[in-house]
Design a protein around this ligand. Structure first.
Ligand code: A3P
Length: 277
């Protein structure tokens, strides 16, 4: 029975053609009926695009650069992941409901699957996009170490799986394009590569978007505290508290490289020119 249950978890099931974790699909009506509030800020990303990074940046801004306050909980618990459903733990929706406003929430949903109340309440959206190649490599290693996601197979096999959008949360291309085309709403669209290149400038944009005003010295501190090196060592951000039965970091660390490996923006995607490093 355990094996069957586990097998069920490893399966992705589709909603409107988008593969999602089975437990999320089981909880779908609760997620779709989620009641957003006008002062919600929603962090949106395709997986492996720097979600944890932007969450830490947002939290540091929210806490006015107070490192201790950011240590209050692991990053996964600071901003409810509204699609999270893994009974008997409280679901992301339940956690969001219990959170005082103004709320900062997180999702990987493509625009067409977003609970409608986010649009109706004209919430703020903070989207981070990362180039497809680095996303794919990061996702491949993540699926190798994540014991509750399907095994990615070989790099060559995964390449096809990723390109055809048969991965959790669907096609990278459709996801990024969908969010890029949102313009009637309050959206700040950032790129992982820009945050890497000029963190301070991008962090300043996030600060303004959040309606905050912080001193230069606080901004410099946030740049330092949210560096890859610091976050890799920080147990509140590096996922080291997640049991090995879920994330096996001996296979591949959650904070793997944190680099822009894709220097040349080419749209010629060929498995011959791209490698899994
Ligand atoms: P790599 O696997 O390329 O190292 P997500 O949080 O969306 O799952 O994304 C994880 C990716 O973001 C990983 O990429 C991880 O190393 C990277 N990352 C996390 N924190 C980072 C930081 N402070 N600076 C740069 N990259 C970071």
């Amino acid at each position: 029975a355990l094996a069957a249950a586990l097998e069920g978890q490893l399966q992705l099931r589709e909603v409107l053609g988008i593969p999602l974790q089975a437990s999320t699909v089981d909880n779908w009506s609760q997620i779709q009926n989620f009641e957003a509030k006008p002062d919600d800020l929603l962090i949106c990303t395709y997986p492996k695009s720097g979600t944890t990074w932007i969450q830490e940046i947002v939290d540091m801004i929210e806490q006015n650069g107070d490192v201790e306050k950011c240590q209050r909980a692991i990053i996964q618990h600071r901003h409810p992941f509204i699609v999270w459903a893994r009974p008997p733990q409280p679901s992301g929706v339940e956690k969001a409901k219990a959170m005082p406003s103004p709320r900062i929430l997180r999702t990987h949903l493509p625009t067409q699957l977003l609970p409608p109340s986010f649009w109706e309440n004209n919430c703020k959206f903070l989207y981070v996009a990362r180039n497809a190649k680095d996303c794919m490599v990061s996702y491949y290693h993540f699926q190798r170490m994540n014991q509750i996601l399907p095994d990615p197979g070989t790099w060559e096999e995964y390449f096809e799986t990723f390109i055809s959008g048969k991965v959790g949360w669907g096609s990278w291309f459709d996801h990024v394009k969908g969010w890029w085309e949102i313009n009637r709403y309050q959206i700040l669209f950032l790129f992982y590569e820009d945050i890497k290149r000029d963190s301070k400038h991008e962090i300043q944009k996030v600060m303004q978007f959040m309606g905050k005003d912080l001193d230069e010295t606080v901004l410099d501190k946030i740049v330092q505290e949210t560096s890859f090196e610091k976050m890799k060592e920080n147990p509140m951000t590096n996922r080291s508290t997640v049991p090995k039965s879920i994330l096996d970091q001996s296979i591949s660390p959650f904070m793997r490289k944190g680099l822009c490996g894709f220097k040349y923006y080419t749209f010629i995607l060929s498995s011959n020119i791209l490698s899994a490093s």
